[in-house]
Design a protein around this ligand. Structure first.
Ligand code: SAH
Ligand code: SF4
Ligand code: F3S
Length: 469
């Protein structure tokens, strides 16, 4: 562990020793944030806090924020707002806000002014400073030092790669492993490069050693994370890194996301095809729009034809591969004609799943100052029609799994049905529901797929469920 973090955590422990102190972490946004949230929890536990699921009981509340769309920011602010009453009844409560919203000076100013009970903010890339912020607050709460308990850590331009922070993972059978941080692509609509900073890759030896450790601890599926894993440059390329990881001994599967089409390479597809039991044959390849004119305005740096080439190569090498994408509707200047091109692309590529978003202007991005905004009503019409069309395509695509026998990893009891339904994922990350009298969470199970809809597959175990450990 990072020795400075470890020393600070030790200094904090005596402040928490009189009774159990609880920490509650609420994470918004993408898997990068989920991975950060697990580090925050890991550090809090190292300090002596006990994790809990109830903010009303917590002594330390950490809100890990997302700024990608206005809707996300509004949800975050309403959750932070709901903690006001807690601080009123618990003067010793510490509330920390981390994640992408806290990278922007204007947002931090807003939190400082309108949410005076927020104790500290910590921009992405500065997680290692969390123990310092908490110690600062605890000393002032204990009356040992005078002055404000509040602190605000803005982004540090020299932010490097955070290694050596303790991690408390939510699941024992799956793990997130960031391979790089930040983004240099500056898609014209996107806030991420402004809040996550410049691209930094982790050293491949660090990643290999982390994955080796996870596998020997029994983790079965590992998702490698980056805003664009294809621009990973950590003493080797991303396909080379995948190859090294695929060669490790053990029974595990590698997933990865996200791949930017501008540099999804034949080498990536080759490694996927050569390691079908080690590397998931699922590619998440955000298209964003089917119109070349809009793709250019989005600064995506590929054309529909280039995208088509990648899909062709993928399906030639792995006919059964799963392909998913992200789409934005209502980008400034998107005409009915452009929108129709997007629908045509969905009909052509037949994605297994589409994550569609209504364009949300983000202050400071190039697109935010473009003319010809699409009216909100029209954006809604476009996304609804798109989702409706895609639901039929997704349901049709899912039929190809029916009748197959698949090995799936069980995630948890499903939040549907009458209690004995479990949710599992296929090696292509497709959701499957099945009935089981015993809890098989974290186990591999073989299922025969009986039916499928746009949402999930439905299967039956073909062997007796394996005995529990
Ligand atoms: N790095 C990933 C995307 C991260 S953000 C990639 O390039 O694929 C996830 C998705 O959110 C994006 O793919 C995009 O579809 C959507 N998104 C990003 N900014 C947005 C905005 N301002 N409005 C609406 N959707 C947005
Ligand atoms: Fe945003 Fe584009 Fe970077 Fe993805 S690649 S995080 S969409 S700027
Ligand atoms: Fe949101 Fe930040 Fe991820 S803006 S989508 S949490 S990188």
């Amino acid at each position: 562990m990072n020795p400075e973090v470890q020393a600070l955590c030790r200094e904090i422990r005596p402040y928490l020793s009189a009774r159990p102190h609880y920490v509650y972490v609420r994470t918004f946004g993408c898997q990068q944030n989920v991975a950060d949230g697990e580090k925050m929890l890991g550090m809090a536990v190292e300090m002596g806090y006990v994790p809990c699921d109830d903010p009303d009981r917590a002594d330390l509340i950490l809100v890990n924020t997302c700024a990608v769309r206005e809707h996300a920011e509004r949800r975050v602010l309403s959750v932070i707002g709901s903690f006001r009453r807690l601080r009123e009844t618990r003067p010793g409560l510490i509330i920390g806000v981390t994640g992408c919203m806290t990278a922007r000076t204007a947002r931090v100013e807003q939190l400082r002014r309108s949410y005076p009970y927020v104790t500290f903010t910590l921009a992405p890339g500065r997680l290692a400073e969390m123990p310092r912020c908490i110690l600062h607050a605890l000393r002032r709460i204990a009356g040992e030092q005078r002055g404000s308990r509040r602190s605000f850590c803005l982004p540090d331009d020299a932010a490097s790669v955070e290694e050596g922070l303790p991690v408390l993972r939510a699941e024992r059978h799956r793990a997130w492993v960031p391979v790089m941080y930040g983004c240099d692509n500056f898609c014209s609509y996107c806030i991420v490069p402004y809040v996550r900073g410049r691209e930094r890759s982790r050293d491949s030896a660090e990643i290999v050693s982390e994955v080796r450790g996870l596998v020997s601890a029994g983790v079965k599926e590992i998702t490698l994370l980056g805003q664009n894993v294809n621009s990973y440059r950590g003493s080797c390329t991303f396909p080379e890194l995948l190859e090294q990881l695929a060669a490790l001994p053990g029974d595990f599967l590698l997933h990865f996301m996200t791949s930017h089409p501008k540099d999804a390479s034949p080498a990536l597809i080759r490694v996927m095809a050569e390691h079908p039991t080690r590397v998931s044959s699922h590619l998440h390849l955000p298209l964003q729009s089917g119109s070349d004119r809009i793709l250019a305005a989005m600064n995506r740096r590929y054309t529909l034809e280039r995208y088509r080439g990648i899909v062709r190569d993928l399906r030639a090498a792995i006919p059964d591969a799963s392909l998913t994408t992200d789409i934005i509707v209502g980008f400034p200047g998107e005409t009915e004609e452009d929108y129709e091109r997007t629908l045509d692309a969905l009909r052509e590529f037949r994605f297994d799943l589409v994550y569609a978003f209504v364009y949300s202007p983000r202050e400071g991005t190039v697109a935010a100052s473009l003319p010809d905004a699409v009216p909100e009503e029209e954006k809604k019409r476009r996304i609804n029609r798109l989702l409706e069309m895609q639901a039929t395509i997704s349901a049709e695509c899912a039929q190809r799994h029916v009748g197959k026998t698949l090995r799936v990893l069980v995630d948890s009891p499903a939040r549907v049905g009458d209690g004995d339904v479990y949710a599992a994922r296929t090696s292509q990350n497709k959701l499957v529901h099945f009935h089981s009298p015993v809890d098989l969470t974290g186990r591999y199970v073989t299922l025969r797929i009986d039916r499928a809809d746009a949402f999930a597959l439905y299967g039956t175990p073909v062997d007796e469920p394996p005995a529990r450990d």
